[in-house]
Design a protein around this ligand. Structure first.
Ligand SMILES: [Fe+2]
Length: 505
């Protein structure tokens, strides 16, 4: 491995930190690495794996003003690139406005998710609740050849070089970016059209907007999606002709909001509503469907089937688990991050555009979340979802599961104890002939070896174990979302001898 340190950021976190989401498998990194010719510790890098796996992670650099929440940490993008049977790695912090100001101040300036906005030292900020730092740490997608990082509660989109992980600046869409509301995490990429679909939300009417950016990176559609009040949507879905937005009955308590408190409450007596809007439609075109009460954090995919719009996502049996007195104070405080408590299961909603009725069914008994699929099937009929299983009581992924939505069959792969994976992206093989003809890529945080690895599986059968395992320069923090971009989708990929050193392209 050819290794260089390219950056190191100031951290003021105490050496005796005891917060479980800033230590152990969530211990933040401060070093930025440039590594070429990654060491192959097992197997062989497939020569038909060509492109980049990107993963966003949270890496806090300063103690919280009062209470740290793992979604407050600063965004860091990891890139593992594959070409000609070799691999390179880069990791860089996303150079957000908030990161720069807090580096200068040497401390946290904004209150996080587990704190009140009034505790912020700054009178401005980002996020649907306002006065938060936009850490750009939640999601990463690739659109128009550039990676875009985003923040779960709406903020800027930061343009990141998908080969070097360098921040290129904020997305503006030629001056049309909705900086007043920002954009939520989980903009969606339609490979078939090159479009990116997105939404945002706020505590002010109409409470949600939906928009479309075309393949040339121009905002071509932006419309209000009126809701009954402030909501906390996290993800959306789309089909060839429609976007699917949601109104889940888990939202900030209106009485608390009036007092400046942002406490989310689940209303099991209210239905979940799914809104189907033509991709270029307006508020009057939205069709709302009532479904069983739940909160859906992530959707996997949607498609059209005759008169029906079919949406797959993770139904939570208990979106607001009560404090049952089990576990230590951290486990109790962060029970909303524990999938064994919320019990998300892959689920299918069928929305009949003729009758206006919704039929729904659970697709499995297995608890999983963070579902990915072959991106070339996004918005279209598909078969396979690749999701993560979780360590009980913790936001840590202890295994992978491949769901066959046609047969209900599953494949499982479980990491060793004390080894945790990431959201795992499906990378179609070059010249791929079938939906699962490719690789499943994940990054591990290995507490046994105090190391991290990029692990590549054959997506057609994850049970046989890794195709190859590559050592990263150091142990990385656990985190949230990831994506895959084929080299053929990156404009500069084919024009440089070494994409890993194509700085500034
Ligand atoms: Fe998410």
């Amino acid at each position: 491995m050819d290794l260089d340190v390219v950056g190191r950021l100031l951290s003021t976190l105490p050496a005796d930190d005891d917060h479980p989401y800033r230590t152990g498998p969530w211990q933040p990194q401060t070093t930025e690495w440039k590594a070429d010719n990654l060491e192959v510790v097992q197997g062989e890098i497939p020569t038909d794996l060509d492109g980049v796996y990107l993963r966003n992670t949270e890496n806090p650099l300063h103690p919280a003003i009062q209470n740290y929440h793992p979604f407050d940490g600063d965004g860091m993008v990891h890139v593992v690139g594959f070409r000609d049977g070799t691999a390179f790695y880069r990791n860089r912090f996303v150079r957000t406005d908030g990161l720069a100001l807090e580096q200068d101040a040497g401390k946290s300036l904004w209150a996080g998710l587990a704190e009140r906005p009034s505790q912020s030292l700054m009178d401005h900020g980002w996020g649907a609740r306002t006065r938060m730092k936009d850490a750009s740490s939640t999601d990463v997608v690739v659109h128009n050849g550039v990676a875009l990082t985003s923040f779960y509660q709406c903020g800027d989109l930061y343009r990141v070089d998908p080969m070097t992980a360098e921040t290129l600046g904020k997305e503006t869409w030629g001056g049309t970016f909705p900086f007043d509301w920002g954009v939520s995490a989980h903009p969606k990429i339609d490979d078939a059209t090159g479009e990116m679909l997105f939404f945002n939300y706020s505590t002010e009417a109409p409470y949600m907007n939906y928009g479309v950016v075309d393949a040339n990176n121009e905002l071509v559609h932006y419309t209000p999606v009126p809701l009954p009040g402030p909501r906390l949507p996290h993800d959306m879905a789309f089909t060839e002709n429609y976007a699917i937005l949601n109104d889940c009955p888990l939202f900030w308590d209106p009485e608390g909001l009036a007092q400046g408190a942002y406490a989310a409450r689940f209303h099991p007596d209210m239905p979940m509503r799914l809104g189907v809007i033509p991709r270029r439609g307006g508020p009057d075109d939205i069709r709302w469907f009532d479904a069983e009460s739940t909160f859906v954090l992530h959707w996997v995919n949607a498609c059209e089937d005759g008169d029906e719009v079919v949406v797959d996502g993770f139904f939570e049996s208990d979106p607001a688990p009560a404090d049952n007195g089990m576990g230590d104070k951290w486990q109790r405080a962060f029970r909303f991050l524990a999938n064994d408590r919320m019990q998300p299961r892959l689920h299918r909603w069928r929305l009949n555009m003729v009758t206006g009725l919704c039929k729904e069914e659970s697709l499995t008994d297995t608890i999983s979340e963070f579902g990915m699929m072959n991106g070339s099937h996004a918005g279209q009929k598909y078969r396979y979802a690749y999701a993560a299983t979780s360590k009980p009581a913790w936001f840590l992924f202890d295994g992978l599961v491949k769901h066959d939505t046609w047969t209900g069959q599953e494949q499982h792969f479980r990491f060793e104890d004390n080894v945790y994976g990431s959201e795992s992206a499906m990378a179609p093989r070059v010249g791929s002939a079938a939906e699962d003809d490719g690789y499943l890529i994940t990054l591990t945080t290995d507490m046994n070896q105090d190391a991290s690895f990029c692990v590549v599986f054959d997506a057609s059968d994850i049970t046989v174990g890794p195709v190859c395992t590559l050592r990263l320069p150091e142990r990385i923090s656990s985190g949230t979302h990831s994506t895959w971009a084929a080299g053929s989708d990156l404009p500069d990929w084919a024009h440089v001898d070494d994409p890993a050193t194509a700085v500034g392209l």
